[in-house]
Structures are given as structure tokens and as C-alpha cells.
Design a protein around this ligand. Structure first.
Ligand SMILES: NC(=O)c1ccc[n+]([C@@H]2O[C@H](COP(=O)([O-])OP(=O)(O)OC[C@H]3O[C@@H](n4cnc5c(N)ncnc54)[C@H](O)[C@@H]3O)[C@@H](O)[C@H]2O)c1
Length: 435
């Protein structure tokens, strides 16, 4: 068997923890990493220290992409840097007829969705978007129940997503807090949620209307202990008076919650160049929202009612999917940081006429509800032949979730509903149907 040759564009925490670690271990018979590209040379040093097997592999700056391709001759471009860097590498990879794997969100704007869709249409290469939430056992079971016809024709979906003050705050401490870098949280984070709904119900989003606000974070945040920009938790003189910092810390030493799957709340200056993960959540640099409520209309009639809030006492979500034959309901509460006993997540099925059924789902080990390892198998070994439905996302699904997120924040700005296809600029419709 020949190994596929991979280059990594963006040697991020995610690239190291999700991809590189597993490519060098579980999937070493199938993968060879032949080059790394990043804007910060410190990322290469850190990566080589973590994974000595990679030492000596060629490294490249962003402006050396072409040289990297010529010298390393990859089969696949793996894109895992900050969100705003994805589009260029995806397009360049597809233009060279290479396969591309991109972290979510695929891109951060409708204009970049258009570039990627056009590049995909003209390419022999194939883009895969790493939507790991699809693979969690609860989420695949919901997909299967819908495919089995238990819900009937889907008419409406209610989805409320909750992030706690630990995980939620992490989105305001780094580059994610700038819309120019992340697209805002209706893209950076909600891309997962919109993708799940789009995939479950298999309908195409047409229009969104939404309200949004910056309620907790930013300079006007009610719990800001001092109106002073440029602070970092690691060196902040007013930190003892900051309830967000102290909720997850102590006065004598820094502490990190046991279930630190976020892994990003560093309180020391990092070894990276010009990069700290502990910037103050009350800085006026923050230009994104932390609360949204939105409605989305779909092509075959379904209506989504969605909300997300980034500063709540516990983490999880509530979901209901309604159809002409029944209703699915589930609620997740993330156990690691909850201050109370959390029940295991089940799915309740209510037929339109008849008794309720509770479906238990076998938990799996691994990140994101056990979804990460299954996604990696599909990406590196090819789609599971025993699965009877499509689960690996491509450019169209990546675009639909980003466009929904852009429609949401643009609706917040304009106070008007936003048609999703109109965000695909230039205005020629490329079409976002398909897989
Ligand atoms: N699917 C998930 O559950 C999940 C979880 C975490 C992160 N992510 C995604 O993974 C990606 C990385 O996130 P992270 O928090 O690990 O990032 P990070 O902050 O650890 O790293 C960002 C990287 O981008 C690099 N970079 C900046 N400009 C660049 C350029 N022009 N070209 C190449 N690299 C450049 C930085 O130097 C850095 O190495 C993001 O797209 C994020 O949305 C996905």
C-alpha cells in the first residue's frame, strides 16, 4: 500500500493534537507528513519538540506555498491554521488538482465560499471539511432515525447551544475575537451547529433573520473590573477582582478544570511569536457577538429556531426535530465542568400518535463525543464501507454552514432577513445544492 503524502498548512494546536499526533501513530501506515507551512517559525520548533519523528521535515512560510508543492509533491493539503487563512490554501490546492482536508469553518466569508465552490467545480481534487460533530454517536443516531423515516417530513428544528464561562470565554482571548480572523462566532462556532442541522434534515438553507449582541465580553461587559485595554490574565493587576478568571482559578495558584478539552486557557506568555492565549475578555478590540437568536428558512419548508450563548453556568445543548410523523428530542450537559450530577445523554422519540421511546446511545472514547477518531478514520482510510449514508462533508456543505453564519451576523447588522445565495459574491449563483 502506498502512503499518501500530506503537507500541513497551519501548525496549530488543532493540527498537532488532532491530526499530526494521529497521523504519526494510528494512521502511520497510510500517511506521510512531507512538509509544514506556518507564519510563525516558533510553531515548527514546538511541533518538532512534541513530535521528534518530524524533525528535519521541510518548513515553509505562507508565501512559499508553490515552492512547498514543487519540492514535497504532496497528495493532500491539510489546512488547519487560523480560519481566515483557510481559503487561499484550499483554492490553491484544488487548482493543482490535489485533495484538501480543511478544518472548520471552511472559510470565513461568502466571497471565499464562492472562490472555493468555483475551484472545487473545476478541480479533479476533492475538498473535505472536518466536521467532527457529525460523527458523535448521538448525532449519527439522530441522522439514522431521520433516515429510517421516524420523524417523517421535517417541519421544524429547535436548537439552543450553551457554552459555559470557561469554554465560552476562550473565544474572546485569542484571534477568534476578531471578525476578520474568524468571521465572528456565528461562523467560527455556529458552523458546527448549522452544518449538523443542514446534514440531519438534508435541506438547503435559504434565508436567515437574527438578533445578536455582545452582552458579557468586550469593554462594556458588566463584570469588567477595569476599563483598560491590552491586559493579559497572566500579568493582570485586577485579576483578583475578575469573576470570570477567578471562577476557574484560585488566589494562590492557577488552576485548570479537570476536563480541559478546550486546552487554550494559558495564563503564561506562550512561546509563539506575538501570540498569547490569555488576552483580556474585556478588551475593546473584540468586535464580535456573544449571543445570537436566529431563524432560518429551508428550501423544502423546514424552519430552524436557533440560539447560542457564550457565557452560561453550564455547557451543552437542547435539540428538538419535529416532523409529520414524530419528534426527536435530546439534551446534552457536558459533565466535566458542571457543578452538579449530569445524566447520560439519551434521545427521546415521540411518534405523533403513540408512546414515547427512549433511545440509549453507546458512548465512544475520543474527542467531541467520540466523533474525532471516527472522522479521522474516514479521512485517512476512506469512508467506512459499512455506513449506508454520506457523512464526510465537502465544499457545498462547508459553504452552506458558513453562508448561514454570515447571513446571521449580517441580519444582526441590518435588522433585515438575509438571503443566503446573495452572499455568494460575485452575484452569479454558483449553486450550493449537493453534498
Ligand atoms: N473541529 C474542532 O472541533 C476544532 C477545534 C479547535 C480548532 N478548530 C479549528 O482548527 C483551526 C486551528 O485552530 P487553533 O485554535 O488550534 O489555532 P492556533 O491558534 O493554535 O493556531 C493558529 C495557527 O495559524 C497560524 N497562522 C497564522 N497565519 C497564518 C498563515 N497566513 N498561514 C499559515 N498559518 C498561519 C498561526 O501561526 C498558528 O500556528 C481553526 O480553523 C479552528 O477553527 C477546530
Amino acid at each position: 500500500m502506498t502512503k499518501k503524502r500530506y503537507v500541513i498548512c497551519g501548525v496549530s494546536a488543532r493540527a498537532n493534537g488532532m491530526f499530526i499526533r494521529n497521523m504519526l501513530d494510528t494512521f502511520q501506515a497510510y500517511c506521510e507528513i512531507v512538509g509544514l507551512l506556518d507564519a510563525d517559525p516558533a510553531r515548527f520548533r514546538n511541533c518538532f519538540a512534541k513530535f521528534p519523528a518530524l524533525s528535519g521535515k521541510p518548513v515553509y512560510r505562507p508565501d512559499q506555498f508553490d515552492q512547498m508543492i514543487q519540492e514535497t509533491k504532496p497528495d493532500v493539503i491539510l489546512v488547519a491554521g487560523a480560519d481566515h487563512t483557510h481559503a487561499d490554501y484550499i483554492v490553491k490546492g484544488l487548482e493543482r488538482n490535489l485533495d484538501v482536508i480543511s478544518e472548520k469553518p471552511m472559510v470565513t466569508t461568502g466571497a471565499d465560499c464562492k472562490r472555493v465552490l468555483d475551484a472545487q467545480a473545476a478541480s479533479h481534487g476533492r475538498l473535505y471539511v472536518a466536521f467532527n460533530y457529525r460523527y458523535s454517536p448521538v448525532h449519527t443516531r439522530i441522522k439514522e432515525l431521520i433516515l429510517e423515516g421516524r420523524v417523517g417530513r421535517i417541519t421544524s428544528v429547535d436548537l439552543n447551544w450553551y457554552l459555559d464561562t470557561y469554554h465560552g470565554a476562550s473565544y474572546f482571548k485569542r484571534w477568534n475575537r476578531k471578525r476578520s480572523h474568524s468571521g465572528g462566532l456565528s461562523i467560527h462556532k455556529s458552523t458546527h451547529h448549522f452544518d449538523l442541522v443542514n446534514w440531519w434534515i438534508d435541506q438547503v438553507p435559504l434565508e436567515a433573520f437574527s438578533y445578536g449582541a455582545l452582552h458579557y465580553y468586550g469593554a462594556e461587559g458588566e463584570l469588567n473590573p477595569a476599563k483598560e485595554d491590552g491586559r493579559f490574565c497572566g500579568t493582570c493587576r485586577v485579576k483578583p477582582a475578575c469573576t470570570y478568571a477567578m471562577r476557574w482559578s484560585s488566589r494562590s495558584k492557577e488552576t485548570v478544570p479537570a476536563d480541559d478539552h478546550v486546552g487554550q486557557i494559558e495564563v503564561k506568555p506562550s512561546s509563539y511569536t506575538g501570540y498569547r492565549a490569555d488576552a483580556c475578555i474585556f478588551d475593546s478590540e473584540i468586535d464580535i457577538e456573544d449571543t445570537y437568536t436566529a431563524v432560518v428558512k429551508y428550501d423544502r419548508g423546514a424552519l430552524l429556531s436557533y440560539s447560542v450563548n457564550f457565557s452560561l453556568p453550564y455547557e451543552g445543548y437542547r435539540l428538538a426535530i419535529n416532523g409529520t410523523k414524530g419528534r426527536l428530542e435530546t439534551m446534552e450537559m457536558v459533565s466535566g465542568r458542571a457543578s452538579f450530577e449530569v445524566p447520560p445523554q439519551t434521545i427521546d422519540y415521540y411518534p405523533l400518535f403513540g408512546g414515547k421511546e427512549t433511545i440509549h446511545v453507546v458512548p465512544r472514547p475520543g474527542g467531541h463525543g467520540g466523533g474525532d477518531p471516527l472522522l479521522l478514520e474516514d479521512l485517512f482510510l476512506g469512508p467506512d464501507p459499512l455506513r449506508s449514508y454520506d457523512i464526510l462533508a465537502g465544499a457545498a456543505a462547508g459553504a452552506r454552514s458558513v453562508l448561514t453564519g454570515e447571513a446571521v451576523w449580517k441580519s444582526v447588522r441590518t435588522g433585515k432577513p438575509v438571503r443566503i445565495e446573495e452572499l455568494l459574491v460575485p452575484s452569479e449563483p454558483t449553486g450550493i445544492g449537493g453534498g
